[in-house]
Design a protein around this ligand. Structure first.
Ligand SMILES: Nc1ncnc2c1ncn2[C@@H]1O[C@H](COP(=O)(O)OP(=O)(O)O)[C@@H](O)[C@H]1O
Ligand SMILES: [Mg+2]
Length: 234
């Protein structure tokens, strides 16, 4: 569904990503692992169209997308849930969710999707009229996921959804990601928690200093000595 080939990107003259190759399939979770500063967010931003790649190819559903603006990618079904959630704290939960359905394609579906999201996240339904800023961290992450789902994604780019959450809430987020995958949506999951990510994921890519160092089926990476020592602390 999403194909990344020899991708290079960075900020101005600062090159960050070097030669990234990766595919994200529909109905599968691909984990993007790496310590702080490895380049996970830079890759997510490049895929979403917020950063222009300096080299390489990006294809979505068979079409080249390198030159498409971010809004067009969302319309096609490539949707980013950014690091730090980025909700509007003074708007209600429901207003934040509805913002996810801003594209031409998503707008007519908004009410039906809202019901689906409230079924998936009953806590958001209870808090629909509350300010988003008054929610707990875990609830805010649910709202950010819900906003992403409102766009009708084929692929969701999730940038550190468990960051800063209590273990129980993080667990709930991972269970939700599994439920989203079961709907046939493909997920690229950037995570510092390699344990949790490799348990859930079908495949994974490990980045170090913007370079791919390991890639393969999640089970294979879980058994890899280098991964066990550097990322799983075993
Ligand atoms: N806006 C920016 N301008 C310049 N350099 C940046 C910017 N954002 C991130 N970087 C640098 O890019 C590298 C990768 O960062 P990032 O993609 O945020 O990593 P991660 O998400 O894996 O923690 C780091 O060296 C970071 O300092
Ligand atoms: Mg990051």
């Amino acid at each position: 569904m999403l194909e990344i080939e020899r991708l290079e990107a960075g900020y101005g003259d600062v090159a960050v990503l070097h030669g990234i190759d990766l595919t994200v399939e529909a109905g599968a979770v691909t984990a993007l692992l790496g310590s702080n500063g490895a380049g996970k967010t830079t890759l997510m931003s490049t895929l979403a169209g917020l950063i222009a790649p300096s080299a390489g190819r990006l294809r979505f559903a068979g079409q080249p997308i390198e030159r498409l603006p971010a809004s067009r990618r969302v319309e096609m079904g490539l949707v980013l849930v950014p690091e730090g959630r980025m909700l509007f704290p003074d708007s209600s939960v429901e207003e934040n969710l509805l913002l996810g359905a801003y594209t031409h394609a998503a707008r007519p579906m908004a009410r039906a999707r809202l019901s689906e999201i409230y079924a998936l996240f009953p806590r958001l339904a209870e808090r629909r009229r509350q300010r988003a800023g008054s929610l707990s961290g875990g609830e805010q992450q649910m709202a950010a996921l819900g906003r992403g789902l409102m766009a009708g994604p084929k692929i969701l780019l999730l940038d550190e959804p468990s960051l800063g959450l209590a273990p129980k809430m993080a667990q709930l987020v991972f269970e939700t990601i599994a439920a989203i995958r079961a709907q046939g949506i493909g997920i690229l999951l950037a995570e510092q928690d390699a344990h949790a990510a490799l348990k859930l994921a079908d495949s994974a890519l490990v980045l170090e200093n913007g370079r791919p160092v390991l890639a393969g089926p999640a089970a294979q990476l879980r058994a890899n000595t280098q991964v066990r020592e550097s990322y799983l602390g075993l």
